[in-house]
Design a protein around this ligand. Sequence first.
Ligand code: NAD
Length: 436
Amino acid sequence: MKKVAVIGTGYVGLVSGTCFAEIGHQVICCDIDRRKIDLLKSGIIPIYEPGLEEIVSSNTELGRLSFTDEIGAAIQASDIVFIAVGTPMSATGEADLTYVKAVAKTIGENLNSYKVVVTKSTVPVGTGRLVAQTVAENRPDSSVEFDVVSNPEFLREGTAIADCMNMERAVIGATSDKAAKIIAELHEPFNTTIYITNLESAEMIKYAANAFLATKISFINEIANLCERVGADVTEVAAGVGLDSRIGAKFLQAGIGYGGSCFPKDTEALKHIATQNNYEFKIIESVIDINHRQRLIMLDKIKEALGSVQGKHIAVLGLAFKPNTDDMRYAPSLDLIPALLEMGATVTAYDPVAIPEASKQLPAETEYGANVYDTLRGADACMILTEWNEIKEMDLTRARELLRAPIVVDGRNCFSLQEMEELGLAYYSVGRPVVR
Ligand code: NAD
C-alpha cells in the first residue's frame, strides 16, 4: 500500500485516483476548486463518467479515498504526488503550463520527506525537467530529496474506469531507478505492461499516441470524402481495410472529426513543439486542417438537403464531443449550432447528459428538447452530432412521423442506408451515397 496524493480532481485525476484506491492504495484527491471538493465530500460526482459514482463511494467508505482542498497537507502526508491538472491549449496552440507550474511550486513548498513527483497531465517534452527545477527551487530544506517521473494517462472519457483498471500499459519515464521502481510497484495490482523509458520519451509517447489516433481519424475522413465522390461506401471500405492486422479496425469510423479535451489540443501542441524545434511536421498540420474542414461538411450537407437553411427549424441530436460523457471541450456542436443560427435557422438540441454544460457555451437562442422525440417534433431536418446509444436506437418510424420533413443529416453514420431507404427517410451521412 502506498500513500498517494493526486492534485487536480478532474476527469483524469478523479478517475485515476479512485482506481489507485480501488487496487488498495491510500489516496487523497486534491483540487483548488472548493465547490468540486465539497460535492465529492458529500458523495456527488461533479462529472458524468459511467460507473464512477459507485467506485468512488465504495472506496470512500473503505477509508482508502478522501478529498481535500488543503493541498499542502495532502502533499506532506504522501509519498507519491501526482500532477493531474489541466494543460489547455493556449491562444498560440502550445500547452498552457500555468497550472502545472503552480502545482510544482506547491509541491516544492511542502516537500517534507522524499517523494516521487509524477506528471500525469499531458505536457510538452521538457516539462518534467521544469517540474524538477521548480520543486527544487521551492523546497524549504534542500537536503530533502525527490524524483520526478512522467506517467502519461491514456484513459478515454466514457470508458475511463475500465480503461484504468485494465490499462494496456503504464509508461514510466524516470530519472532514477529508485523512482521507476516505486511507480512500477504502485501499478503492480493492475497487472499491466510496465514500460520504462527516460523522462523525455515518456512525455513524447503521449503526444505521439494521440497524434497517431488523430491521424487515423483524419485519414478515414479524407477517404470518406473521396468515397462520396466516387460512389463507394466508407463503412465498407473501412471494414475491408481494417481486416489487415497491420492497420486494425479501430479508429476508422468516418464522421465529423475529432473533438474533446485531448486530440485538438494535443495535435496543436505537437505542431507547436515541432515549430519550436525548427521542424515542419507536415502530417500533423494536415491532420489539424482536415479535422477543421470535416466539421464544416455538415453545413454543406444540410444546405444540400434543405436548399436554404434560412427560416428552417433544425433538431440537433447529440452535443457532447462523443457519447457517454458530458465533456463539451472542442465539441463539433459548439461550431455547428452557432453556424446554423447565423445562417438563419432555429435550433432545438438534445443530449442525454451534456445540456447543462452545453447551455453555458452555446448561444442563448438555442432551445433544448426534453428527449429525442420532443426535439424532433416539427423540425425541418434532424442533424446527428453524437452517436449516443439512445440516439442510435431511436424509433425511426416515430422520428419520421414527428419530423415536418423526413430528412436526417448524420455526422456519425448511425444508421444503415437500407433501413433509411425502407423507412422513406432522406439520409445524408458521411462517406456514403445519399438516400433520397
Ligand atoms: P480537468 O479540467 O477535468 O481537471 C483539471 C483539474 O485540475 C480541475 O478540477 C482544476 O480545478 C484542477 N486544478 C487546476 N489548477 C490546480 C491547482 N493549482 N491545484 C489543484 N488543482 C488544480 O482536466 P482533465 O481532463 O482531467 O485533464 C488533466 C490532464 O490529463 C490534461 O493534461 C489532459 O490533457 C490529460 N488527459 C486527459 C484525458 C481526458 O480524457 N480528459 C485523457 C488523458 C490525459
